[in-house]
Design a binder for this molecule. Structure first.
Ligand SMILES: [Zn+2]
Length: 207
């Protein structure tokens, strides 16, 4: 016997989430139906989807476009910290260790899986770099590559570095200091470690 259509639709919706198989999707959907707090969850999802957008400059999730960071005239627009996820911006902002702007890739490249990289915000970064190099543009002097110190992070870093170099635009490229504990995500770092990683960032050039 099949589930009622509305429940089936909910299962399908869950099954679209990354890493969620059919079995888990069913379990989640059935749990939701039993949970009295589900209306709150449903409203929260609807509101979050409706009331957030993506910053056209840094691609971060925000309420107003451009986001608060990009709109802030006191931030150093000539320096851009490239990170994988919005949660990384959140951590760095909370630690108050970065005076510049950001560029959010919205993911990373997994070399084991291969596949497309177009969904990553690398093209947007190249555009920012090129726009800044044009007459009257907001010039970018330094790009800090702030990927996680893991395999995906390294692979992503190389992709971004290649893209930057392909523009031919004169820009200082650095990466966070190697003091980052291997495998630990940026969002879990303490303020001090994050501060050191940014302070001690080092120049990066493949050639
Ligand atoms: Zn922004």
């Amino acid at each position: 016997m099949a589930y009622p259509a509305p429940l089936e639709a909910l299962v399908d919706a869950f099954a679209r989430l990354p890493g969620v198989g059919r079995r888990t999707a069913e379990r989640l959907a059935l749990h939701i139906l039993r949970d009295p707090g589900s209306r709150i969850l449903a409203r929260a999802i609807e509101t979050a989807v409706r009331d957030t957008t993506r910053c056209k400059i840094c691609r971060n999730v925000c309420e107003d476009d451009p986001c608060d960071v990009c709109a802030d005239q006191d931030r150093d627009a000539s320096r851009v910290l490239v990170v994988e996820e919005p949660s990384h911006v959140e951590s760095v902002e909370r630690a108050e260790v970065w005076p510049g702007r950001y560029h959010v890739l919205m993911g990373s490249y997994n070399p084991a899986e291969g596949g497309a990289v177009q969904h990553l915000g690398i093209g947007g970064l190249v555009e920012r770099l090129n726009a800044g190099a044009r007459e009257g543009g907001e010039r970018i002097e330094e790009i800090v590559l702030g990927m996680d110190p893991d395999k995906e992070g390294e692979a992503t870093l190389l992709l971004v570095l290649e893209a930057i170099e392909s523009t031919g635009v004169e820009v200082r490229v650095t990466r966070l200091a190697r003091g980052l504990p291997a495998g630990s995500g940026i969002e879990y770092l303490h303020k001090g470690v994050l501060e050191d990683a940014i302070e001690d960032r080092r120049p990066l050039r493949r050639r």
